[in-house]
Design a binder for this molecule. Structure first.
Ligand code: HPA
Length: 266
């Protein structure tokens, strides 16, 4: 499968050579509008499954952002859609094979801290895999990565520093914290949110960890940012909804867009 993805991507890329992969979370797909000299490749042409979640488009957008050639996944594969975790490993192995060196991953997440409200941006400095799933399960091909992956510095410290400096320069408030992945597709109970806080998490969401683990496995460097779309269950009086996630993500997109644009200028 990896080889098929590689051949199909290379065929569609023509002479483009992206070194940065961006994955855009729920409601954040419009960030791809920042990309210049665009080629849009529907997932079907690569053999990727179609995205089944509203707010996720299902295509690759390839082009230039600032000083970098980028390929952007507009729409990601969530495990709660029923995808095999290995799909995500295969996708990341394919991107590494075509020359991608860095993953910039974004997501929509719930906050576990009332002081980090909806609309905030949170730099992910570590994660907790609470999904019960692992994309690296199964036989290992050493060609792509090691059997036992070191996760001691998953989110590259130098990339984190760079983003923090840019946020400071631009006057954009950037929170920082630990992202906990649940499998979903349900929102959490209030008791779960209290438990996750005790575990050391700052934000909760249903994605990112499989992509990040797979990227680190292949040797990519990773930068992650969560867009806080809501307070976790029990931290607010209203109910949780995907509509709220999309609405708040859209509102925060401009801020994230400005931040990542400036990041790509360096
Ligand atoms: N929980 C899980 N995933 C989410 C949330 C949440 O509160 N908000 C956005 N994605």
């Amino acid at each position: 499968m990896i080889q098929t993805y590689v051949e199909n991507i290379l065929k569609e890329l023509k002479d483009k050579k992206p070194e940065v992969l961006m994955i855009l979370g729920s409601g954040l797909g419009s960030l791809a509008n920042q990309i210049e000299d665009k080629t849009v490749i529907p997932y079907e042409k690569i053999g990727f499954p179609k995205s089944s979640v509203s707010g996720h488009a299902g295509c690759l957008v390839v082009g230039r952002m600032g000083k970098h050639e980028v390929v952007c996944m507009q729409g990601r594969f969530h495990l709660y859609e029923g995808h095999n975790p290995e799909l995500i490993k295969n996708v990341m192995c394919a991107f590494k094979t075509i020359g991608v060196k860095t993953l910039i991953v974004t997501n929509a997440a719930g906050s576990l801290n009332a002081d980090m409200p909806a609309g905030s941006l949170m730099l992910i400095n570590d994660h907790i895999n609470f999904s019960g799933k692992n994309p690296l399960l199964g036989a290992n091909d050493e060609k792509y990565g090691p059997r036992f992956v070191d996760l001691s510095a998953v989110y590259a410290p130098d990339l984190q520093d760079k983003l923090k400096n840019i946020a400071l320069q631009k006057g954009i408030k950037l929170f920082e914290g630990v992202y906990l992945m649940v499998l979903g597709p349900n929102f959490e109970t209030a008791a779960e949110i209290r438990a996750f806080k005790i575990l050391g998490a700052d934000a909760v969401g249903m994605s990112t960890v499989p992509e990040v683990m797979s990227a680190v496995y292949t040797g990519m460097k990773v930068l992650g940012v969560s867009v806080i779309t809501n307070l976790g269950t029990g931290l607010k009086t209203s109910v949780q909804s995907h509509a709220e996630t999309l609405e708040q993500a859209q509102k925060a997109t401009q801020k994230l867009s400005d931040l990542l644009k400036a990041y790509m200028e360096e």
